[in-house]
Design a protein around this ligand. Sequence first.
Ligand code: SAM
Length: 328
Amino acid sequence: MSQLVDTPITGRISPMPPQGAARYWFRVTTFQQERVPVPAQALALGAGVRQYRSPEGGLDGAVPWPMSLRRFVWRACYGALAKRVSTPDWAFMNYGYAPASLDVGAPPLNSSDEPDRLCIQLYLHAIGGFDLANRDVLEVGSGRGGGASFISRYLQPRSMTGMDFSPEAVELCNQHRLVPGLAFVCGDALSMPFAASSFDAVVNIESSHCYESMDTFLSEVFRVLRPGGRFFFADLRSVDGVYNLREQFNACGLTVEKETDITTNVLTALQLDNARKLDLIDAFIPRVFHRPFRVFAGIAGTRNYARLESGKLRYLSAQLAKGSPAQT
Ligand SMILES: C[S@@+](CC[C@H](N)C(=O)[O-])C[C@H]1O[C@@H](n2cnc3c(N)ncnc32)[C@H](O)[C@@H]1O
């Protein structure tokens, strides 16, 4: 059966099965780590722009990326996903977090939030019990809005802003995640549309691996945080990427208060959530994209899962403060 899908590299409609640019989409969206050929049309798009060499911010150590190509591909992929799968029932896009013992610290959730427990627990783990009540909170890379909605409904911030660079994802959230004090805006992590010192906390869950420059992102976090504000982070990195990330944290002007390797907790969550994620993929994703999507979703036995299992990919969480702990 032939289906029509947007191909993020070209923005055109192409017949499937995927070839050329669409095959490249598969590789890009599944955190490809080996060197891959960049198709001619993609190079043309990036012509004249600076070459990007990860692993500054990402997972793809060997791939020389034109700067704007990386951003373009991720935005097109997340935009296509929000547009084509507009159901509000799919609220999260992270790998989840399972505490070491499942019955320790399991937060009470409404029955409608129970299916997303593991994804919610990744947010709770990253925030680490910090009191967000009456604070102005920003989530960068808010995706389908489940995390920002959860924080808004359960943690009583004064205001909660979800920001994502995909207009389609922001539109989906503004249609479906209607909570008092919660708003979603379109914006780039590397150039945020907010005045300096606008927020008490910035949350960033499984999004930073998409960014062209982690240093620029961290300088933006520093800028938009108020003195004493906190940055809550969770994401994947290659082994080299972990080393770079630590250097970036140490150089960004924020104080690292906590840093934890949660690879085991994330792997356990992936195992526990495997069947549900397979059901979501079967229900919402066109069959021709099932394979790359399973990798993207960390389904057991696929590449990202195997790399987490072998230790080639690590999952880190961190809490940083603007100002030394004594001052805040
Ligand atoms: C894997 S999803 C995670 C979404 C959400 N945090 C969650 O846990 O469900 C990554 C999100 O980051 C967003 N993103 C990637 N690069 C971005 C950028 N430069 N600026 C803002 N958002 C970005 C994507 O559009 C996507 O929604």
